[in-house]
Design a protein around this ligand. Structure first.
Ligand code: SF4
Ligand code: SF4
Length: 467
């Protein structure tokens, strides 16, 4: 693709990087076929190629994003299916990340939208606040029935006005001219999505940061396990299964004390100041641990987090104090299945040859990290009948905060995913990302479990899906 950045613009390393990415695109359009939003909406501007044109226009003209740009970038799931499909190696991830930062910096969203994003950025990365938020959401779940499910349904105006007023009170003053119209779904539908996603009950807390779990028997390795933020509140059983399996196979596990949220959630909201601060804090914490007692790897059980941690080296490339350390951390980061693939697993129970597992390949794992076979091979070797899900390249609609911010598209994608899963008639659904697990569980009664829970079960742990 031809670009026309000035020399002054190209002096900015971000623009130089965007220029390189844009020039790689030959606008062949192959990526449109696998883009979930294009498949659903059929609008070129909701395809990767269309978004690439919009981003080029915005960056070249160096002007604030228009409503049209914001609408179509906001609708992008960052699922990265386009990167898997693209024959020219266009790094759409780094391009859209940059566009989101530009939007966050230069576009003034409507008041309620800013409030909602501020609340999400504040609450989601902090397990204590998130837990409190989940308790409130659980109490508020009956209200979900009062809120409209579609654009045409009527809301409860008095309630909505009150909620909007409450949120407005949380907001800082606007920095620029406010846009008149909203380019996104209404607040009522987003509130409904949030309330619907809240679990019926919260499990008890998992082990505290700083805990060390010694290897059982001969010690063969030592790893840090990312504690996560939403996952440790919603499903601490996942990391518990990872700890059980690893220690059982001679691997010592540490939950590093000063670790924070990986920054993925705020990164995808375009709040790079927050995301980069978290990345720096984690780099310091993990490399400090590695220096003290050694680390073979930093393991991640939530693939959305893993994709971002593996990108720390790129995200901090311009930071002289952190670039090299961040690249080291990215090299140490591994999805749990990647690491376990190098261990000789010891299944202990009778092989459940009749238990059919539908394997949902999370976008962040298959497109973001290019890990497609390892989880399925591990499950098969452990005795499960593993079935691929039709249209497995299409996102389930979770995508971080997407199912809250874009509930209409997210629900359509979830329903499509659940229908595809039902075609393989599974006894259980396995996935490697808590966001996908919550999203898919919202549309099916088939138990949704983490891949590591099944592997733990196969090697002596409890049967998953029963709590
Ligand atoms: S497939 Fe790649 S090169 Fe072709 S239009 Fe899409 S991003 Fe551009
Ligand atoms: S990241 Fe996903 S939703 Fe966004 S343009 Fe690429 S394929 Fe489409």
């Amino acid at each position: 693709m031809k670009t026309e950045f000035s020399l002054a613009q190209l002096a900015d390393p971000d623009i130089a990087e965007a220029d390189k990415i844009l020039r790689a695109c030959v606008h062949c359009g192959f990526c449109t076929a696998t883009c979930p939003t294009y498949v659903l909406l059929g609008d070129e501007l909701d395809s990767p190629r269309g978004r690439i044109y919009l981003i080029r226009e915005m960056l070249e003209k160096d002007r604030p994003p228009t409503e049209e740009v914001v609408k179509h970038i906001d609708r992008c799931l960052s699922c990265l299916a386009c990167m898997t499909t693209c024959p020219s190696g266009v790094n759409y991830m780094h391009l859209v990340d940059q566009a989101r930062v530009r939007i966050e910096r230069d576009y003034t969203r409507p008041l309620a939208e800013r409030a909602l994003r501020a609340v999400l950025a504040l609450v989601l990365p902090r397990p204590g606040l998130f837990r409190a938020g989940m308790v409130l959401a659980r109490l508020g779940r009956p209200l979900a029935a009062l809120l409209p499910a579609s654009k045409t349904s009527s809301a409860t105006p008095t309630l909505l006005r009150r909620i909007k007023a409450m949120l407005a009170a949380l907001l800082p003053e606007s920095k620029g001219p406010s846009k008149g119209g909203s380019v996104s779904p209404t607040l009522s539908r987003r509130l409904k999505a949030m309330l619907t996603l809240a679990p019926g009950r919260l499990p008890t807390k998992g082990p505290a940061a700083g805990s060390v779990f010694p290897a059982i028997g001969e010690k063969r390795g030592r790893v840090a396990l990312l504690q996560g933020c939403a996952q440790q509140v919603l499903a601490p059983r996942i990391n518990q299964a990872a700890i059980n399996l690893l220690t059982r196979h001679g691997i010592e596990v540490v939950l590093v004390k000063d670790e924070q949220c990986c920054g993925a959630l705020t990164h995808h909201l375009g709040r790079d100041g927050d995301a980069l601060a978290r990345a720096r804090a984690n780099v310091t914490a993990w490399l400090g641990e590695a220096k003290r007692d050694g680390l073979d790897a930093i393991l991640v059980t939530t693939s959305g987090c893993g994709t971002v941690i593996k990108d720390y080296g790129y995200m901090l490339r311009e930071d002289r104090d952190f670039a090299s350390a961040a690249a080291t951390v990215s090299g140490l980061a591994k999805d749990i299945t990647e690491y376990i693939g190098g261990i000789d697993l010891k299944p202990v129970r009778p092989q459940p040859s009749d238990l059919v597992i539908a394997y949902h390949s999370a976008c962040s794992l298959q497109h973001g990290q290019k890990i497609t076979q390892a989880p399925k091979e591990l499950l098969s070797k452990s005795g499960f009948v593993v079935k691929d899900v039709p249209e497995s390249h299409l996102c389930c609609g979770s995508a971080g905060t997407y199912n809250i911010l874009q509930p209409d598209i997210a629900n359509k994608l979830r329903d499509r995913k659940v229908a595809n899963i039902a075609m393989v008639k599974p006894d259980m659904i396995a996935a490697g990302n808590i966001g996908c697990m919550v999203q898919i569980a919202g549309g099916t009664s088939v138990p949704v479990v983490h891949t590591i829970e099944l592997l733990d079960w196969a090697t002596g742990g409890p049967r998953p899906g029963l709590n």
